[in-house]
Design a protein around this ligand. Structure first.
Ligand SMILES: [Zn+2]
Ligand SMILES: [Zn+2]
Length: 215
């Protein structure tokens, strides 16, 4: 966003960025994190909207049409786009924007014909306009950003008074010892640095989250 702002000589910028990777907790499915950043150089602030959720990020090196078809069905094709390449994932020959079975079949056989190993590499199209799951995540990040921008600092009135830190230590309901559950959130102004710690409404954590009662 900063490069675009410099070119256009604007003090305001909006940038969106997405990343994909294995879910850090289970590793079982792929996680998509979308960020929407609002940059205001006049006020000297950056406000970040974030959303994360499951995604259908996946790929397959297919040797025959049956494999390719099964992969496409599992990836919710044709609602979600698929990208096809000959040989392997780094081949520069690529077909994108495939959105119907006829084109997918045609692209698959084209790729197999081009490939010296006779195989086609298929992957889910993660570009937002070809991927409804990602589009929904981008929308969620935008809503998060809008919500933060609507919340002004109580001291200097700058938009983007937001949660920057969580304080753990919510006491266990049985033994009263601090757990890793969030006790309070710290909201901070990106401009004047004013901050407040707001206690969470819940006063105790379930014993199941306690290292003493349930190690
Ligand atoms: Zn402030
Ligand atoms: Zn306990």
């Amino acid at each position: 966003a900063r490069i675009g702002m410099k070119l256009a000589n604007l003090p305001l910028g909006l940038a969106s960025e997405g990343s994909f990777g294995p879910d850090p907790f289970t590793g079982l499915f792929s996680l998509n994190i979308e960020m929407m950043v609002w940059i205001d150089d006049t006020l000297g602030i950056e406000v970040v909207g974030v959303a994360s959720g499951r995604t259908n990020f996946s790929h397959l090196l297919a040797a025959n049409w049956e494999q390719a078809e099964a992969f496409a069905r599992a990836a919710d094709f044709p609602e979600h786009g698929i990208v096809v390449r000959p040989r392997h994932e780094d081949d520069s020959r690529v077909r994108k924007g495939i959105a119907d079975w006829e084109s997918l079949r045609e692209a698959f056989f084209w790729a197999c014909g081009e490939a010296d190993n006779g195989r086609a590499f298929l992957e889910t199209d993660m570009r937002a306009h070809m991927n409804p799951m990602r589009m929904e995540m981008v929308a969620q990040a935008s809503r998060d950003l809008a919500h933060k921008l609507r919340t002004p600092c109580p001291i200097c009135n700058t938009p983007g008074f937001q949660i920057v830190e969580r304080i753990p230590g919510l006491p266990c309901e049985d033994c009263d010892s601090p757990t890793r559950d969030t006790r309070a959130d710290i909201h901070r102004c990106a401009r004047c640095g004013h901050q407040v710690a707001l206690e969470r409404p819940e006063k105790t954590a379930p014993a199941g989250h306690c290292d003493w009662c349930n190690p």
